[in-house]
Design a protein around this ligand. Structure first.
Ligand code: PXP
Length: 240
């Protein structure tokens, strides 16, 4: 199975918004990422619009040819936006106003009743729903009950641990990816992935897509965005 790279462009918008102008433009970054071999573009429209804005989503939908994966919280406002734009995919993430980034996975198990109508409306609109969950059996089983076609495993814990705890977390991701595929769900992974830690995750044969942002945009300062994306893709391909 081939492994796709979704490039998350949120932090191009973070830099732009630091000065309030139009530069650097995340849509231009999406186009460069496409040129460098990205298979998809990911953008998180947060409730507080701290990076990606509504106008960015409008322009991404109009201008890019790659599939857009819209990351969003399970709120009425975001549901309305997703149904209006109908992106290729919607990845439902937990969102806390005070967090610096998405700190953990969605509790698909505990929030089944809230998520169920939400997921159903997105699926009815032809949007591929992904649930951003921890690599835990009860979360994969909850995704099955919610009829989500995709889960994305939060790799933050894997990325931030060392040694044996990292190996154990990798095993959890791998076991949950196998469980997902066995039950007809496509597993993706993302968060905190870098040139140094991507290969073991990319080597999990069931994983179909990695979504990577902060490191790629940061590395682009030193080597350029195209080279940053190209090197990441090459590392991913070397793992298969
Ligand atoms: N996938 C999801 C669902 C995310 O919320 C994020 C962070 O916005 C990422 C992937 C990418 O994480 P990072 O920016 O650490 O590469």
């Amino acid at each position: 199975m081939t492994l796709r790279l979704g490039v998350n462009i949120d932090h191009v918008a973070t830099i732009r918004n630091a000065r309030g102008g139009a530069h650097p433009d995340p849509v231009a970054a999406a186009m460069l990422a496409a040129k460098a071999g990205a298979d998809g573009i990911t953008a998180h429209l947060r409730e507080d619009r701290r990076h990606i804005t509504d106008d960015d989503i409008d322009r991404l939908m109009q201008s890019i040819e790659l599939p857009l994966n819209l990351e969003m919280a399970a709120t009425d406002e975001m549901l309305e936006i997703a149904l209006r734009h109908r992106p290729h995919a919607a990845c439902i993430v937990p969102e806390k106003r005070e967090e610096r980034t998405t700190e953990g996975g969605l509790d698909a198990y505990g929030q089944h009743n809230t998520l169920s109508p939400f997921v159903a409306r997105l699926l009815d609109a032809g949007i591929r729903v992904s649930l951003f969950i921890e690599p835990a059996v009860e979360q994969v089983e909850a995704a099955m009950r919610l009829k989500a076609p995709v889960v994305e495993f939060h790799t933050g814990r894997y990325a931030h641990r060392e040694g044996q705890p990292r190996a154990e977390e990798l095993r959890r991701i791998s076991d949950c990816a196998a469980l997902a595929v066995k039950n007809g769900i496509e597993p993706h992974a993302g968060h905190g992935l870098t040139f140094d830690n991507v290969v073991p995750v990319a080597a999990i044969p069931q994983i179909a897509e990695l979504n990577i942002g902060h490191f790629l945009i940061g590395e682009a300062i030193f080597i350029g965005l195209e080279e940053s994306v190209r090197r990441m893709k090459a590392l991913m391909e070397s793992a298969r």
